[in-house]
Ligand binder design. Structure first.
Ligand code: ATR
Length: 275
């Protein structure tokens, strides 16, 4: 019998940890599957064609990563509420009747990492988000659900922060400003969602954003060294910080649950990946 196929689709995709993570989940839960990393060319309609082909060839589930999360949103039949909030998806379930269900597990992945692994309680806390792109769109609803006291989005292009804040106005009044106008006071949690990546340079940020208990979180991860944002955080005196590896594992666990109705033990998998 052909094994059920799962895969992550993106460009670039070679360094994705998702195949390893899902293979470890599968071993832990005794489920037989294959999980591939599929490179999607950046030409028009290529994601649609690649997904069609995959579905025909026993594809049961897909993860979607950069830069296709917004495009994939339009390639499914039904959507979860959190996907609708995000206007982007990172997970597809191919149903037996041929229909596709789209979900976004990024926000819950971030919040589970923050609350379960990093032991952060977000209730009544002040949160600064740096950046206002697709990643922020994916995490805002889940952060708001934790009932923080305040969220401020600071972005290089202030209008993008404003548009994003307005989109979520029914859930919570979100403050916004241009990165260059950012100033004190300090925040309880600072999340970096600027795509300065692993080797880019951090823009200049004012001093005084960090207090003794500020937790700094970078959505990207680097298995070998601190990201530029975390170097900045450390230099500013942050005592607690982490990169997005835990979020990656938690968003994967939520996708795994959607496909297989079993929740893997993420603490064990994180330990394996970190060693
Ligand atoms: P993602 O899906 O990772 O969120 P994105 O939608 O392209 O990617 O968003 C990238 C974010 O990083 C944006 O907020 C972008 O700021 P602009 O909206 O002004 O473009 C931010 N960003 C990228 N490079 C940056 C830099 N060098 N300094 C400050 N912000 C940067």
């Amino acid at each position: 019998m052909n094994m059920n196929r799962y895969a992550v689709f993106g460009n670039p995709i070679a360094h994705s940890q998702s195949p390893l993570i899902h293979q470890l989940f599968a071993e832990q839960t005794h489920i037989s599957l294959t999980y591939e990393a599929i490179l999607v060319p950046l030409t028009l309609n290529e994601l649609s064609k690649t997904l069609d082909q995959f579905q025909k060839e026993n594809g049961k589930g897909a993860n979607i990563t950069l830069p296709f999360k917004q495009e994939a949103y339009f390639l499914v039949n039904t959507l979860s509420d959190r996907a609708i909030c995000a206007k982007a998806i990172n997970t597809i379930r191919f149903n037996l009747n041929g229909s596709r269900y789209g979900d976004n597990t990024d926000g819950i992945g971030l919040v589970r990492d923050l609350t379960l692994h990093q032991k952060q309680n977000l209730h009544n806390k002040t949160i600064l988000i740096l950046g206002a792109g697709g990643a922020v769109s994916g995490i805002l609803a889940a952060l708001i659900a934790e009932k923080p006291a305040k969220i401020l989005i600071a972005n290089r292009t202030a209008t993008k922060a404003k548009i994003l804040a307005n989109r979520f106005i029914d859930l919570m009044p979100i403050e916004y400003c241009a990165l260059e106008n950012l100033k004190k006071p300090s925040f309880d949690l600072i999340i970096n969602a600027m795509s300065v990546g692993l080797s880019g340079t951090m823009p200049v940020l004012p001093n005084g954003l960090i207090h003794a208990k500020t937790f700094c979180y970078d959505l990207v991860y680097d298995l070998s060294s601190l990201t530029p944002f975390l170097v900045w955080a450390k230099n500013q005196g942050a005592h607690s910080y982490c990169d997005g590896l835990g979020m990656l594992v938690e968003q994967a666990a939520e996708a795994f649950y959607l496909w297989h109705h079993i929740r893997p033990n993420t603490t064990k998998i994180l330990k394996i990946i970190k060693t």
